[in-house]
Design a protein around this ligand. Structure first.
Ligand SMILES: Nc1nc2c(c(=O)[nH]1)N[C@H]1C(S)=C(S)[C@@H](COP(=O)(O)OP(=O)(O)OC[C@H]3O[C@@H](n4cnc5c(=O)[nH]c(N)nc54)[C@H](O)[C@@H]3O)O[C@H]1N2
Ligand SMILES: Nc1nc2c(c(=O)[nH]1)N[C@H]1C(S)=C(S)[C@@H](COP(=O)(O)OP(=O)(O)OC[C@H]3O[C@@H](n4cnc5c(=O)[nH]c(N)nc54)[C@H](O)[C@@H]3O)O[C@H]1N2
Ligand code: SF4
Ligand SMILES: [Mo]
Length: 742
C-alpha cells in the first residue's frame, strides 16, 4: 500500500532541504521514496545523496519505545509514563529544593532539524529555575558569535549566490553544505570566469578541487594566513574607505590598522606554509571584489587560535566593506536568534565565559566532577548525545555517570542514555510536527513547519507533550491557568491572541508560554507541536514589522502575527515570512552607537604575541589528526545504523601517500592510532588529498554497543585542549602517533 507524496524536510544537516516522501512498506510507515521538494522556498527541489536513505533514521537501531528507569545494578526497567514523569519531576525538584536551580543543567534542545523541543524546554527550565545550559553550538560557533557580538552586536551570514568572490575558511560545503543548494552554488561560482572560489583547507577537499585558489595551509596555522592577508590589503590600500568612514570609529580603525601592519608578511606566509605570491594574489582578489562572501567553519573554529581567527576573519569582512550589499554579508530576520554572542556571566565552577547563555561544552565535565558546592548535580539531556559528541568521552561518561539525576530525552538508546537514571522516549521527527530555526536566508527568509507524517510510535511522546507533563507535575501550570485561553480559542485565532497576551503578562505564567500555547491552541493533530510558533510569530511581528509586511503580513502586530501563523499552518512546504532590504542591514547593527567596533584589545594583544610563540610540535605525536571530518555518509549521530552508509562504512583514516609509504601501509590496512588521551585501531585510506603529516577521521562514527563502523572520535580528544577565550575544542588539531598492528 502506498500513499501520495507528502511534504517534509531532510533532518541530516542544518539546511533542512524540503523533501517529498512516499510512505509505504508493510505497515505504511516506511519512507520508501524521497525527492527534493520544488515548493520549498530555500532548497527549491535540491537534495544531496543522503536523504534517500532517511528510512534508516525512522527505522533506526536502538529505538526506545517505553520510559526506562535505571536499577541499582545498572540495568534498566520499563516504567509507565505517569511514573516516569512523576519521579523525574520529584527528583529534579528535590535537587532544586536542596541546592537551588543552579545545581541543574540543561544540555541540548535539538539537532540539525528539530528545534521545537528546545522551545518547549524553556518552560521546563523555567519551572525548575534552571539557569545554566548549553548545546553543541558551544563547541563550535561561540567564538564567532562572541566576536560578532562585540564588533557588530549581531552575527552575520553571507550571500554566496550573488558574490563574485567566495571564501571558505576551514569549511567543505561540498559535503557539509550549510548554505542553500550548496553544490549548485559552488559549481556556478567555479564555472564562471568572472567569479573566484577560494578555499583555505590543508586538505584538497571536494570543494578545494573546484576552487580557483586553494590555499593549503599547514594544519592549525590559519591565523598566520589571515594576518598576512590583512597586512597585504592595508599595504596595497585595498580597503573600502567609504564604508569604514561611515561605520567604523576613526580612532579604532587607526589602532587596528597599526596593529595589522606590524605583521611581517613574509614570516606569516612561511608560518602557514604558503607561497607569498599566492597569498598576495588572493589578497588582491579579495580586495578588488565587487561582492565578497565568506564562511568560516569547523576547520578553524575547532582549531588553535579559533577566536583570534574569528576576529581576523571579521576584520577582513569589515575592512573590505563586505556588509549590506548583495553578494556580501547580512543579518537575517530570525524567529529565534541563533547567533546570540552576548557574554555577561561565567560558569559556576570553572569560571568559564558563557556566550549566548551557553556554558562551553569542554568545561561541563569539570563543572560536575568536583566537590565544589556549586557543581551541577542534575541534568536534562535532550536530542543530543554528549557522551559521544563532546570532547573526551571517557571523562564525559565519568561526569554524566556521577550525577545525582540524569534524564535523557531521545528516540534511541544512545551512549548518553545508557548512563541515565531515566530515559524518556521521544517520537521521531516524522512522528510529530517539527521545524528548524536555522533559517538564515536573505533578503527573503523562510520558515517551514513540517507536518507529522506518521502517528507516534506507541510508547513514545513528542517533546512538547513531555515538557507539558513535566511542567504540570512540577505545579508550574495548572488546568485553571488554561481555562481562559481554552474559552477564547473558540472565538478564533485573533481573540485567542488577545487573551494570550493578557494572560502571559502574568509573570508567573509568561515562562510557561510554550506549554500554555500547546495545551490551549486548537490545531490539527498533524501540526499540534507547532503551537509554540504562535508565540514566535507575535515576537517576530513586533521585532521585524516591515520585513513581515513586505512578505504580506502587515498591519497591527497582533493581526500580522495571526496572519503569519495561519499562513505557516497552510504551507506544508514552508513559506517566505520576511522580506528584507540590503540597505537595512547596517541599520541592524546592534551595538549601542550602531557602529562597528574593530578595536578588541584582548585579541590585538593575542595577535601581537604570536611571533614570539613557538610552533606546536610534539616528537611523541608527530601527526596532526583532524578528529571528525564531514564526508558523504556522515550526519553527526542522527542515524545510528552503520548500514545506512553507502561508502566508507568503517570510517577510514585518511593519510597522504608518502606517509603511507613511509609506514608501509596501503588502503585497507589497519594501524594503531594514539593520542595523549586514547588509542584506536583504524583502517587506512591512502589519499592524495591529504598533506604529509595530516590524517583525518570522519565524524559521527563508532556508535552502538559494541561500536559499529569506525572510531568514536572523542575517545581520542581531551577536554582541556580548548580555546582560552570561549573554550571551543581543538578537534581538528589533535597530536597523534601511528603504529603498525600485527
Ligand atoms: N555530510 C555531513 N554534513 C554535515 C554534517 C555531517 O555530520 N555530515 N554536520 C553538520 C554540522 S553539525 C556542522 S557544524 C557542519 C560543519 O561543516 P565543516 O566545518 O565544513 O565540516 P568539517 O569536515 O568537520 O571541517 C571542515 C574542514 O576543515 C578542514 N580543516 C582541518 N584542519 C584545518 C585547518 O587547520 N585549517 C583549515 N582552514 N581547515 C582545516 C578539514 O580538512 C575539513 O575539510 O557540517 C554540517 N553538515
Ligand atoms: N571530535 C569531534 N566531535 C564533534 C564534532 C567534530 O567535528 N569532531 N562535531 C561536533 C558538532 S559541530 C556537532 S553539531 C555535534 C553534534 O552532536 P550532538 O549534539 O550529539 O547531536 P547529534 O549527533 O545531532 O545528536 C542527535 C541525537 O538526537 C537524537 N534524536 C534524533 N531525532 C530526535 C528527536 O526527534 N527527538 C529527540 N529527543 N532526539 C532525537 C538522536 O538519536 C541522537 O542521539 O557533534 C560534535 N562533536
Ligand atoms: S544538504 Fe543537508 S538537508 Fe539538504 S538533503 Fe543534504 S543532508 Fe539533507
Ligand atoms: Mo555542528
Amino acid at each position: 500500500m502506498t500513499k501520495p507524496w507528502v511534504a517534509t524536510a531532510c533532518i541530516l544537516c542544518e539546511c533542512n532541504c524540503g523533501l517529498e516522501v512516499e510512505l509505504g512498506g508493510d505497515d505504511g510507515r516506511h519512507l520508501v521514496k524521497l525527492r527534493g521538494d520544488k515548493r520549498h522556498p530555500s532548497s527549491r527541489g535540491y537534495a544531496c545523496e543522503k536523504p534517500h536513505r532517511l528510512d534508516h533514521y525512522q527505522h533506526g537501531t536502538d529505538r526506545i519505545t517505553c520510559p526506562l528507569r535505571r536499577r541499582a545494578d545498572g540495568t534498566f526497567e520499563e516504567i509507565d509514563w505517569d511514573t516516569a514523569i512523576r519521579e523525574v519531576a520529584a527528583r529534579l525538584a528535590a535537587i532544586r529544593a536542596e541546592h537551588g536551580g543552579d545545581a541543574l543543567f540543561y544540555y541540548g534542545g535539538g539537532g540539525q532539524g528539530n528545534h521545537l523541543p528546545g522551545a518547549y524546554a524553556t518552560a521546563t527550565r523555567k519551572a525548575l529555575d534552571i539557569r545554566y545550559r548549553s548545546s553543541a553550538l558551544a563547541q563550535e560557533k561561540t567564538g564567532e558569535f562572541w566576536i560578532s557580538d562585540r564588533m557588530m552586536g549581531s552575527a552575520t551570514r553571507a550571500d554566496f549566490e550573488h558574490c563574485d568572490v567566495a571564501l571558505f575558511l576551514g569549511k567543505n560545503p561540498w559535503h557539509s553544505h550549510s548554505i542553500p543548494r550548496a553544490r549548485v552554488t559552488l559549481k556556478e561560482i567555479a564555472h564562471d570566469p568572472a567569479r573566484t572560489l577560494i578555499v583555505v583547507d590543508p586538505r584538497r577537499t571536494e570543494t578545494a578541487e573546484l576552487a580557483d585558489i586553494h590555499l593549503a595551509v599547514k594544519p592549525g596555522t590559519d591565523v598566520w594566513l589571515l594576518a598576512a592577508l590583512l597586512a597585504i590589503l592595508l599595504e596595497d590600500d585595498r580597503v573600502d574607505h567609504a564604508f569604514l568612514a561611515q561605520h567604523v570609529p576613526a580612532d579604532e580603525l587607526a589602532t587596528v590598522t597599526t596593529a595589522l601592519r606590524a605583521t611581517s608578511i613574509a614570516e606569516a606566509c612561511a608560518r602557514c606554509g604558503l607561497d607569498e605570491a599566492l597569498v598576495r594574489r588572493t589578497a588582491q582578489v579579495i580586495g578588488s571584489a565587487r561582492a565578497f562572501a565568506s564562511f568560516e567553519d569547523l576547520g578553524v573554529q575547532m582549531n588553535r587560535d579559533s577566536t583570534l581567527v574569528s576576529y581576523l576573519h571579521r576584520l577582513l569582512i569589515v575592512l573590505t566593506g563586505s556588509l549590506g550589499k548583495p553578494g556580501t554579508h547580512f543579518i537575517p530576520s530570525m524567529f529565534v536568534d541563533i547567533g546570540n554572542g552576548e557574554s555577561k556571566h561565567t560558569s559556576p565552577v570553572a569560571g568559564a565565559r558563557i556566550v549566548g547563555g551557553l556554558v562551553p561544552c569542554n568545561v561541563i565535565a569539570e563543572e560536575i566532577l568536583t566537590d565544589h558546592p556549586k557543581r551541577y548535580r542534575g541534568m536534562i539531556v535532550e536530542a543530543t548525545n554528549p557522551a559521544h559528541s563532546l570532547a573526551d568521552s571517557k571523562r564525559m561518561r565519568e561526569a554524566l555517570g556521577s550525577l545525582d539525576t540524569l534524564v535523557v530525552i531521545d528516540i534511541a538508546m544512545t551512549e548518553t542514555a545508557r548512563l541515565a537514571h531515566y530515559v524518556l522516549p521521544a517520537s521521531t521527527q516524522f512522528e510529530k510536527a517539527e521545524a528548524t530555526f536555522f533559517n538564515f536566508d536573505f533578503p527573503q527568509n523562510y520558515f517551514h513547519l513540517r507536518r507529522r507524517l506518521l502517528d507516534p510510535m506507541p510508547g513514545t511522546l513528542p517533546e512538547a507533550e513531555i515538557h507539558a507533563r513535566l511542567c504540570e507535575a512540577l505545579g508550574a501550570v495548572t488546568d485553571a491557568d488554561y481555562a481562559p485561553l481554552r474559552a477564547a480559542a473558540a472565538a478564533g485565532h485573533a481573540a485567542y491572541a488577545q487573551a494570550a497576551l493578557a494572560l502571559l503578562a502574568n509573570p508567573r505564567l509568561s515562562g510557561q508560554a510554550p506549554v500554555i500555547l500547546y495545551r490551549t491552541l486548537p490545531l490539527p493533530d498533524d501540526q499540534r507541536e507547532g503551537a509554540v510558533i504562535f508565540g514566535l510569530c507575535v515576537r517576530a511581528a513586533m521585532q521585524f514589522p516591515a520585513s513581515l509586511a513586505r512578505a504580506g503580513f502587515g498591519g497591527a502586530p497582533l493581526a500580522a502575527a495571526v496572519a503569519l501563523f495561519e499562513a505557516i499552518l497552510a504551507s506544508p512546504s514552508g513559506l517566505i515570512f520576511a522580506i528584507d532590504e540590503w540597505a537595512d542591514v547596517t541599520k541592524r547593527l546592534k551595538t549601542r552607537d550602531r557602529k562597528i567596533h574593530v578595536d578588541l584589545p584582548d585579541l590585538l594583544a593575542e595577535l601581537a604575541a604570536l611571533p614570539a610563540r613557538p610552533a606546536v610540535t610534539d616528537a611523541d605525536y608527530p601527526f596532526v589528526l583532524t578528529a571528525g571530518e564531514r564526508r558523504s555518509f556522515t550526519a553527526n549521530t542522527i542515524i545510528r545504523d552503520a548500514t545506512w552508509r553507502k561508502k566508507d562504512a568503517d570510517g577510514a583514516l585518511r593519510m597522504n601517500p608518502d606517509d603511507a609509504l613511509a609506514l608501509g601501509v596501503v588502503t585497507g590496512a589497519h594501524v594503531q592510532l594514539s593520542t595523549r588521551r586514547g588509542t584506536a585501531r583504524v583502517s587506512v585510506e591512502v589519499s592524495p588529498s591529504m598533506q604529509r603529516g595530516h590524517v583525518s577521521l570522519p565524524n559521527g562514527h563508532g556508535l552502538g554497543h559494541p561500536a559499529l563502523g569506525g572510531v568514536a572520535p572523542n575517545e581520542l580528544t581531551a577536554s582541556e585542549d580548548r580555546d582560552r577565550f570561549v573554550g571551543t575544542p581543538w578537534h581538528k588539531h589533535v597530536p597523534a602517533r601511528i603504529e603498525l598492528v600485527s
